[in-house]
Design a protein around this ligand. Sequence first.
Ligand code: THU
Length: 181
Amino acid sequence: MPSLPLHEQTWYAAARAYYLLHSSVSPCDQEEAQRWSQTHRSLYDTFITCVEEAHRLASAALHYAWAPYSRFPVGAALLATDGSLWQGCNVECSSFGLTLCAERVALGHAITHGRREFVFLALVTDTETPLTPCGACRQILYDFAPTLLISSQGARGQRRALWWLDELLPSPFSGKEIWKR
Ligand code: THU
């Protein structure tokens, strides 16, 4: 097993191989990912272990969701570059606009413990189709992890949806615009 933490680019390479092996991409990309995962067997296995643990923790967080108004519980788990995992669930409020999404709760949880770099996000809902993160969550996640890989699963265990954050948020607003002034 490679010892954690891993360098951000190493995580990214593992996430890329995982994405290519689990998405409908060209046979050439599939082959490249196969080769990479075989050459870096223990690293790739570590990544898979983290992915499965993130999904397990997101499912556990789903049970703590506070969603009495929408009855739409969401669980999340965010993998930081040091290998730690941070759970979140949605927290609704009687003043509806104050509701917190599971992704942002997970992010706040991680940041409160000094983590600021992330590799992977698992989302779990109890719906038929996997949840796609809302626009506000995409933006705040982008601020910390523009190359985040997101995997989302409905509770009935059907195929997970997999996206790169920058696929979901094309032409993002970036903090760079602020510092340029
Ligand atoms: N929700 C999330 O937790 N994450 C999202 O990305 C979309 C929506 C929550 C907020 C609210 O509690 C419920 O789902 C219905 O919108």
